[in-house]
Design a protein around this ligand. Structure first.
Ligand SMILES: Nc1ncnc2c1ncn2[C@@H]1O[C@H](COP(=O)(O)OP(=O)(O)OP(=O)(O)O)[C@@H](O)[C@H]1O
Length: 343
């Protein structure tokens, strides 16, 4: 049986004082799926999340949550009637309430049921034993787990998370990223997760909507977005690939580092060839016309910056050994298996 649709946005648009910041967004999210809204600062992802939450009203389009029309076609449900839980960047816990009281806030009058829901949610986020602590007695990561437990406890249809990891330092962020996914998967709840970090979106979510200037540029699985970006913007933002000017002669695309045959064609006679950082290999060669400009140590590998004869900088990910010195002339070898051309 197909999974039920938990969130349905149909042609949703929103403007602030004449500027359209969300434009014609349509997408469906199924029960149990995690959706990432990914894009650079100002692309409208927070506004889209606030439209889903009910903090903003769309000018156009409809929003359905768990089969209920919550916005559009003359319907309006305020946030508290939308069956969603929110997690914010700054945790937004009540400082004068302890962990259990924060999670229990607004859970209803049935004391026994409230108690059960609180302890279930606390166990789920791994904070058993911390019930009586106050927010200031917790680390940032622990506070964010309390916020997640508070969002989950009422068992809403949908959890909305607005950059929940961006106030945490890297190590905590990486750990909590995995934990949030595990926790949400354990509950079977659906979630929408706003982030500007492509690695976070790809690793945490089942589906990702890449946004640009208020529009969804690509909506697909993380794998599809990474492997077959729909546009140069998506490719640049998500994969940080190199782009080389290329011209076509017959079925060969010529660039200043070689000519390549591509499996996917475009009708144009010139374009930009996408070459991933890991698709390039550097071989020291006195006659090489490409020169190493910089080398960064990344732990497991190096990232080299090389300069082509025309002065273009390319980024190359390469094994730690052999370590190549700055100013070394090199020949560049290209792995042709995953090249893509953009008009
Ligand atoms: N209440 C508002 N009034 C006027 N303009 C707004 C309002 N809220 C957002 N905007 C504008 O809408 C655009 C999109 O903002 P939004 O916060 O949705 O982007 P974002 O992708 O979440 O960015 P960031 O990652 O920086 O938070 C921005 O240009 C912003 O200035």
């Amino acid at each position: 049986m197909p999974q039920s649709v938990i969130l349905h946005l149909d042609d949703v648009s929103k403007q602030f004082s004449g500027n359209w910041v969300v434009q014609h967004v349509s997408l469906k999210l199924h029960q149990g799926e995690l959706l990432g809204l990914l894009g650079p600062s100002g692309c409208g992802k927070t506004t889209l999340l606030r439209l889903i939450a009910g903090f903003e009203q769309p000018q156009n389009g409809t929003i359905d949550i768990a089969g209920q029309r919550v916005a559009g076609s003359n319907r309006w449900q305020p946030p508290e009637r939308r069956d969603v839980g929110m997690v914010f960047q700054d945790y937004a816990l009540f400082p004068h309430l302890n962990v259990a009281e924060n999670i229990g806030f607004g859970l209803g009058r049935d004391r026994q049921k409230t108690k059960e829901r609180i302890s279930e949610a606390i166990a789920l986020v791994g904070l058993t034993g911390f019930e009586k602590r106050y927010p200031h007695e917790l680390s940032g990561g622990q506070q964010q787990r309390v916020a997640l437990a508070r969002a989950i406890a009422p068992q809403p249809s949908l959890i909305l998370l607005d950059e929940p990891l961006s106030n945490l330092d890297l190590q905590v962020r990486l750990r909590l990223r995995q934990e949030i996914r595990t926790i949400l998967k354990a509950t079977g709840m659906s979630a929408v997760f706003v982030t500007h970090d492509q690695e976070e979106a790809l690793s945490l979510c089942d589906r990702v909507a890449v946004m640009r200037q208020g529009q969804v540029e690509q909506f697909d699985t993380p794998e599809a977005i990474y492997q077959t970006p729909a546009s140069q913007f998506v490719a640049e933002f998500v994969t940080q690939a190199n782009f080389l000017p290329a011209t076509r002669q017959g079925d060969l695309w010529h660039t200043e580092i070689g000519a390549f045959k591509l499996s996917s064609a475009i009708a144009h006679s010139s374009g930009l060839l996408m070459v991933r950082q890991q698709a390039l290999a550097l071989h020291p060669d006195e006659t090489g016309t490409v020169v190493i400009r910089d080398r960064q140590f990344l732990g497991r590998e190096h990232r080299y910056v090389v300069v082509t004869p025309s002065g273009q900088h390319l980024q190359v990910l390469s094994a730690l050994h052999p370590q190549l010195a700055i100013d070394t002339p090199v020949k560049v070898q290209v792995n042709e298996s995953n090249l893509q051309i953009f008009a």
